[in-house]
Design a protein around this ligand. Sequence first.
Ligand code: AP5
Length: 216
Amino acid sequence: MRAVLVGPPGAGKGTQAQILASELSIPKVSTGDIFRANVSGGTELGKQAKAYMDRGDLVPDEVTNAMVRDRLAQEDAQGGFLLDGFPRNVAQAETLNKILGDLDERLDAVLELRVDEEEVVKRLSGRRSCRNCGHVQHVDFDPPATAGVCDACGGELFQREDDKEETIRHRLEVYREQTAPLVQFYENEGILLTIEAVGSVADVTARAKAALGNRS
Ligand code: AP5
């Protein structure tokens, strides 16, 4: 399956992509995770991306598109992938069609996770991510057994720089202006599936699986 998860920050794209990709045995390709790994590693790409990310703005398309083109050309993505966080605007969606066309591939589905903005603010302000393995938890909705310690690997949990309330509000504005138009774009392409992303993580996964059904 070649699919994209789209939805506002905090909709649960990363959480669901992790579960679905593992069940489908395909890679989860998260542009946010790739950027954050580059920022931590101090690479040139990380240096280019950091200021945009800290403000909650999109990293410029030329940087992001080149990174995705390289990632999708890798061996493990040839049998399918789940994209989380890309595309983020119509220009990136058009580039993705071109990248896939060059590989003689096309998208099977775009899954929109719908959730209201106040829920997003609650989810993101309580999110904690593991510095070691990237596992994501929540102080109230998925609390770690020991405060500040990752349940998956025992690593240190930290709060993302862009998960401060003011930055979350700005990311939501960016979503409304630049990313939300993708819903109509993919509706027009006939591959849009929409689910409500509220309720437990397991409930959302069940809805996602039912919607994706036999799209591969
Ligand atoms: P990115 O990392 O993609 O951030 P985002 O889209 O804002 O999404 P998030 O990771 O914040 O949320 P999510 O939907 O994955 O939610 P999660 O599963 O973690 O991008 C970060 C930055 O990188 C961007 O601002 C930009 O600068 C740059 N960037 C990335 N891609 C780019 C692109 N294509 N172009 C340009 N720039 C780009 O869940 C959130 C919390 O909620 C967690 O704590 C989780 O435990 C909890 N949770 C999940 N599901 C539920 C549930 N059902 N009930 C209760 N809690 C839940």
